[in-house]
Ligand binder design. Structure first.
Ligand code: UDP
Ligand code: MG
Length: 321
């Protein structure tokens, strides 16, 4: 049980300010885990350079040449956090029994790794790292992040609350993940869809110790929109519902304007105008919604997600499979 291989996958975008320190601290951690027999000696730290414009890749190459504990993958250009992470996970999947993903800035407490591995040995395929406090984040980041999770949930994209991309996944969970063929990638939303037994590990999130956040407001909004639109077609449903309500209102307007007409206190032509505006408006929005429903279906079809993942089979093993 002690000889399971662990890979730590770390996407890096312009992280020259933190990389050496991060490598040092994680390397120390891994060596301790290896020494205590919790993970095998083949365990590695895998850095993914996401098209950095600074010396990030040079540092990774240098780390690798000095110590084979450090591996590196260099992407051809910047593809964003989620894609970089997926690239690393897919490379690690081939070699590791379990993979932990984390950020380069060590905002996620690396001491949670021990507990994650324990939970893995208890039979969990996915262990989510969840922040129990956000005191160290700025008020702005805290409020926007909070809003983000609430909005996501309301719009039908269910994710693990306060969980970012700090998590452990077993190799079979990663195989499940590789079956999700979607291009619009929002890992936090997809990972829970994989299934299998999972658990949560709480940790305290600290401040970025150097460098600055690679998620300015613009990227955060784009990220939130990506999350909602890639996981849920609920916004389309909302259009349909809105169209329906406006159409209902148009019926009331019809009655109202007829009353106004027969009581005689309206300008000639008002009733027909006002009723058609509401009725046509409602009909148009409703139609857009209906078309949207079909587009939503097409959207989900094109993702070609796995319809199921088999966890275990109890059959007669003729071929000894
Ligand atoms: N990152 C990346 N590609 C990008 C943006 C970010 O690989 O285009 C990496 C970054 O190097 C870091 C992680 O994603 O390891 C999270 O970024 P950051 O810490 O800046 O986000 P925050 O913690 O502020 O949300
Ligand atoms: Mg960070």
């Amino acid at each position: 049980m002690g000889s399971q291989t662990l890979y730590i996958v770390i996407p890096c975008f312009n992280e020259e300010a933190v990389l050496r320190e991060t490598a040092k601290r994680i390397g120390f951690k891994i060596n301790k885990l290896i020494a205590s027999g919790k993970i095998s000696e083949d365990s590695k730290v895998l850095f993914v350079n996401d098209g950095s414009g600074d010396s990030t890749w040079d540092i990774i190459a240098e780390l690798h040449s000095m110590n084979k504990l450090y591996y590196g993958v260099n992407l051809s250009r910047n593809r964003g956090h989620q894609n970089a992470l997926l690239a690393g996970l897919m490379v690690a999947k081939e070699k590791a029994d379990m993979v932990i993903s984390m950020d380069a800035d060590l905002q996620d407490d690396i001491n949670a790794i021990d507990e994650m591995i324990d939970k893995y040995h208890e039979g969990n395929d996915i262990v989510y790292g969840v922040r129990n406090k956000r005191e160290t984040d700025t008020l702005f980041k805290r409020v926007t992040a909070e809003l983000f999770y609430k909005l996501m949930k309301a719009l039908g994209a269910d994710t693990v609350y306060n969980h970012a991309d700090y998590r452990l996944m077993s190799s079979r969970a990663l195989t499940g993940l590789s079956d999700f063929k979607e291009v619009n990638l929002f890992l936090r939303g997809i990972v829970p869809l994989i299934g299998y037994k999972s658990d949560i590990v709480y940790y305290e999130r600290s401040e970025r110790f150097a460098g600055e956040s690679k998620y300015p407001l613009k990227k955060m909004i784009a990220f939130a929109l990506e999350g909602i639109t890639s996981l849920s077609v609920k916004p389309i449903r909302m259009i349909t519902i809105m169209g329906f309500f406006i159409f209902v209102i148009s019926l009331f307007m019809l009655i109202y304007s007829l009353i106004q007409k027969f009581t005689g206190n309206v300008v000639e032509g008002w009733s027909s105008l006002i009723v058609s505006i509401w009725a046509i408006g409602g009909a148009i929005i409703l139609s857009i919604g209906v078309i949207g429903e079909y587009i939503g279906k097409i959207y989900l079809e094109t993702k070609a997600r796995p319809k199921y993942i088999i966890e275990e089979k109890l059959t007669d093993n003729e071929d000894n499979g």
